[in-house]
Design a protein around this ligand. Structure first.
Ligand code: SF4
Length: 260
């Protein structure tokens, strides 16, 4: 939004430094979030697929996956020139007005931000869901137990053990058949051969650019038939429906506040 006092000049900040020195988080301070986009849609993946949801996509991710489908949240070549900062109470009000069933806090990597103020603002308003790589400690305060945690670990920034244990569901992006035994090995190594997790579902999503790769789909199919629960065949249904808004345009200011 033009002239918005709380806008972050992205060109002067690096939100992808892997050592935790992420200027946007301390700069945002407690209670102001850099919002890449926020919108009402429905959850297209996982246990809550098809349910009305209000999405808050926060800016910044140090994980930098090659196939990331939200590069504008961390790649300055694709990011808008400014990211608005929005108060948690405002975000909670927008979510309530949308009449969604729950709020999905995603990114980017939301766990690089202190999520406690947002959890406080959403408490008693709508359930809070977090989508995280699990590579960073979750700061949720009073929302630590009640939040629904979707953990999508990445090979280039493995999830913390505490986050794997806390996750309510796990989502694995499969870009090669070799990813299946790799992730199975990670879970067995962390939790033993009969790993028991809080998560009742481990979703296997074909990496979207390879969704028509017959060899990859066959490998996922065989894996679920052979290993059974908690593995599940996954899909990103919202992409088939083409319902999410286009990302903020490079060179424009962030549009989160506009959608508000
Ligand atoms: S962790 Fe998620 S947001 Fe970050 S680079 Fe990977 S896919 Fe993109």
């Amino acid at each position: 939004m033009n002239g918005q006092p709380n806008a972050v000049p992205v060109a002067h900040a690096d939100h992808g430094v892997p050592d935790g020195a992420l200027p946007v988080a301390p700069a945002a301070g407690r209670g102001l979030y850099p919002v890449y986009e926020n919108f009402h849609s429905w959850q297209g993946e996982g246990d809550f697929m098809g349910k009305s949801a209000y999405f808050i996509r926060l800016f910044g991710c140090p994980v930098r996956c090659e196939w990331c489908d939200s590069r504008g949240t961390w790649d300055l070549a694709e990011a808008p020139s400014e990211i608005p900062r929005i108060q948690p109470a405002r975000l909670a009000a927008l979510a309530r007005e949308s009449r969604a069933e729950f709020v999905v806090v995603t990114g980017g990597e939301p766990a690089i931000h202190d999520l406690e103020p947002l959890a406080e603002a959403l408490s008693g308003v709508l359930p809070m869901h977090i989508e995280t790589s699990g590579a960073f400690p979750l700061r949720l305060g009073m929302g630590a137990e009640s939040a629904w945690v979707t953990l999508s670990p990445k090979r280039n920034a493995l999830a913390l053990r505490e986050n794997l244990l806390r996750a309510d569901e796990i989502k694995l992006v499969i870009s090669s058949p070799a990813d299946l035994p790799f992730w199975h090995g990670v879970l067995r190594q962390s939790f033993g051969p009969r790993f028991r997790l809080r998560a009742r579902s481990i979703w296997l999503h074909p990496e979207w650019s390879r969704r028509e790769d017959a060899r990859l789909l066959a490998a996922i199919n065989r894996w679920v038939l052979h290993c059974s629960a908690p593995y599940r065949v996954g899909w990103q249904l919202h992409k088939c429906y083409n319902v999410d808004p286009p990302p903020p345009i490079r060179g424009c200011r962030g549009q989160g506040a506009h959608r508000g």
